[in-house]
Write a protein that binds this ligand. Structure first.
Ligand code: DX5
Ligand code: ZN
Length: 225
């Protein structure tokens, strides 16, 4: 499976968001925007999809919605031009609805899972698992997400450490679903990214390692290696 590196951006306002996207956009295809509501996670970020409407970056944007009841807001993000929605299994009582909305509106959808949540919480959604194709292709099952995003620590902040027990979770998922796109988010650097890929991940979401670097291009290259 091809490995993809996706820079993660935490921004307090739209100006900050645009500045950070500009830094990374020459080097990647996708950018991951972290969206926090101060409720599902104890932190706030920029959270105004309507501001994206007249903005046209040279990359595809995915929104990592760390917000409660994503089913209420997902349409606003799609309307704003987001091409992949990632929502948390812990944040909604109706994950199928979120996936259905995304599928009907022809955007990709990923389901994120926190370290404390048992993996079987998402099993129902990926039970057609082997049929889950990589990005850009239509999933076969009606509610099959395009990807699973394994959180390597409790979300809410950038710069946290990668919890090593995450590797077992990735291995388990890869064993169950050989063709599933598996992403990892939090604490990614060349060392942890290598471990995650060896365990079976094929998407690496990295925030501070890339954005805090003096040479963003070089940092992305290091991760790719
Ligand atoms: C954490 C966010 C992550 C975070 C990644 O709540 O979902 O995407 O920004 O940042 P690093 O790479 O610094 O852990
Ligand atoms: Zn994220």
């Amino acid at each position: 499976m091809p490995i993809e590196i996706i820079p993660a951006i935490i921004a307090k306002n739209f100006t900050g968001l645009k500045e950070k996207i500009k830094k990374v956009e020459p080097y990647v295809k996708w950018v991951h925007i972290d969206v926090m509501d101060g409720n599902f996670v104890p932190n706030f970020t920029w959270n105004k999809p309507e501001e994206l409407k007249y903005y046209d970056p040279g990359v595809f944007l995915e929104a990592h919605l760390m917000i409660r009841e994503p089913e209420k807001y997902v349409e606003d993000w799609i309307e704003a031009g987001i091409k992949r929605i990632i929502f948390h299994i812990e944040a909604t009582s109706d994950p199928k609805r979120v996936i259905k909305i995304c599928r009907e509106r022809k955007v990709e959808v990923g389901v994120a899972i926190n370290p404390v949540t048992p993996l079987n919480a998402i099993e129902d959604l990926i039970k057609t698992g082997w049929a889950c194709p990589p990005f850009g292709k239509e999933p076969e099952g009606p509610y099959c997400p395009n990807m699973v995003l394994v959180m390597a620590n409790t979300p809410g902040f950038g710069g946290q450490e990668f919890k090593p027990e995450t590797l077992e979770r990735i291995k388990t998922l890869r064993g169950l679903y050989p063709h599933l796109t598996i992403g990892v988010d939090i604490g990614m650097n060349p060392k942890t990214a290598k471990q995650a890929v060896e365990a079976g991940a094929n998407v690496i979401v990295a925030g501070s390692y890339i954005l805090n670097s003096d040479d963003v291009e070089q940092a992305i290259e290091e991760l790719k290696k």
